[in-house]
Design a protein around this ligand. Sequence first.
Ligand code: GDP
Ligand code: MG
Length: 201
Amino acid sequence: MIIISSIFTSKLIKIVIGGPYHSGKTTTIHKLDPRARSADKLQPDGQTTTVGFDLGKVVWVTSSDGQEEIIAYGDYENNKEKYENANVREIGLFGAAGQMRFSAVRKATLRGAKGILFVIDSSISGHIGHAVALYEEIRLILGDDVPLIVLANKQDIADAKSPEEISELLNMNGVQVLPSSSINEEGIREALLELLNSLEL
Ligand SMILES: Nc1nc2c(ncn2[C@@H]2O[C@H](COP(=O)(O)OP(=O)(O)O)[C@@H](O)[C@H]2O)c(=O)[nH]1
Ligand SMILES: [Mg+2]
């Protein structure tokens, strides 16, 4: 409940983790914040799928020498004295369910978002059409000015398409595509920092 009560403070910067079903949104949020919470449903095959949302919290720390870091909120709380001289900003990570039928939930989740990390499973070609539809939905709701970075996720899978290939398939003008493997915690903090640095705050 600590997360829920503090996540709505006005100083929180809201970042939405969007993208198609099964692309790695929930994994990304839980790797960034092990205390994140999700509304998940257990499927008959034993897998889970997000039915509502994920909620996590991290801090964006910029030290006096300009070094930047993303730290899980719990780790920050336990070591606050270490960051006394740093610029610390709180980031709320809101995961949005990817299935088309959750459109209303996504709309509510997107409200007030300052930036979007858009996660794609680079190993499944079928995802692309769905991804484009979800991207267009985001632009319809938030307009063209909210910064968005695509994560070409699951780069650890042998036949994953490269960020360049994903970029070509998506055909989204000027949208940055960065490589990641959420499960191995590769590329996700770098992408979040890149997104945060592009925000107008
Ligand atoms: N190989 C691989 N699997 C991943 C990666 N990220 C997530 N997964 C797996 O993909 C499945 C869906 O992930 P999940 O985070 O629930 O996707 P969501 O529906 O977008 O929230 C799960 O079985 C994850 O373990 C990754 O980077 N590499
Ligand atoms: Mg999920």
